[in-house]
Design a binder for this molecule. Structure first.
Ligand code: KIV
Length: 274
């Protein structure tokens, strides 16, 4: 069943129970108006740290702060009524220790109203995931291409080719065993995504992975054609809103310069309400 038919907001155990069922629909959102648009159609709305690149023009997600996540998380929460909200832990907010991770995860949830956090990393984060889950913080894990590790991975390359596959499989198993309620598989080969999806008992949510994953996530600005800096192969553009916006802005500029705007409908006369 999709979120659109649910009468209450899904909780992490509902998401976990969707393993092998109708695919989970996940999109990112960073603002109230977009949250309102995606709410009825998504099971999960992710306040992704991709906000740094998509909204703030950063070159990577490494410069995203707790304050940015909280600001955007609060905005998204105001637009959601039905979908579950998950918020990303930004780079540097959870890697140092389990205690640091708990402190920042609790703050993100308390200040934004998110139901869960997402953090990047596999086997080496399993201890932290277990610590958070045991203390009431549901965790969505994220393995494969983990953009916060772009400097150690050496770029945004496809993960899981050759002997890398065993490591990523081990990462997925480790986060599932640690208690994550779902795991994002980013930019891994299709065959590896299929193997992982069959091997673990929590939903896999693919981005550049496989249609056989238990769900799919995209960055909303990418699929709407609003973010034009680059076009990853795994993004299907469902609209070209960037182009439409450009045409509208250019028409406005033309109208202002030619004094066609404002027209009679956009100005006020002396009479009340006119
Ligand atoms: O930050 C983000 O938007 C993400 C998704 C791409 C999974 O992590």
């Amino acid at each position: 069943m999709s979120a659109t038919n649910e009468t209450r907001r899904p909780v992490p155990s509902d998401i976990r129970a969707r393993k092998g069922g109708t695919p989970l629909v996940v999109l990112t959102a960073y603002s109230t108006p977009i949250a309102r648009l995606v709410d009825a159609h998504c099971d999960i709305v992710l306040v992704g740290d991709s906000v740094g690149m998509v909204v703030h023009g950063l070159e990577s997600t490494l410069g995203v702060t707790m304050e940015m996540m909280i600001l955007h998380g609060k905005a998204v929460a105001r637009g959601l009524r039905r979908a579950m909200m998950v918020i990303d832990m930004p780079f540097g907010s959870y890697e140092e220790s389990r205690e640091q991770a708990f402190r920042n995860a609790a703050r993100l949830m308390a200040e934004t109203g998110a139901s869960a956090v997402k953090l990047e990393g596999g086997a080496h984060m399993a201890d932290t995931i277990e610590f958070l889950v045991q203390r009431g913080i549901p965790v969505m894990a994220h393995v494969g291409l983990t953009p916060q590790s772009v400097n150690t991975l050496g770029g945004y390359r496809v993960q899981g080719r050759g002997k890398d596959a065993a490591r990523i499989m081990a990462d997925a198993r480790a986060v599932a065993e640690a208690g994550a309620f779902s795991v994002v598989l980013e930019k891994v080969t299709e065959s590896l995504a299929n193997e992982i999806t069959r091997a673990i008992d929590i939903p896999t949510i693919g981005i550049g992975a496989s249609a056989e994953c238990d769900g799919q996530v995209l960055v909303v600005d990418d699929m709407l054609g609003l973010f034009a800096d680059f076009h990853p192969k795994f993004v299907k553009r469902y609209a070209e809103l960037g182009k439409a916006a450009e045409e509208a802005i250019s028409a406005y500029a033309r109208d202002v310069r030619s004094r066609a705007f404002p027209g009679p409908d956009h100005v006020f006369g002396e009479g009340r309400g006119k």
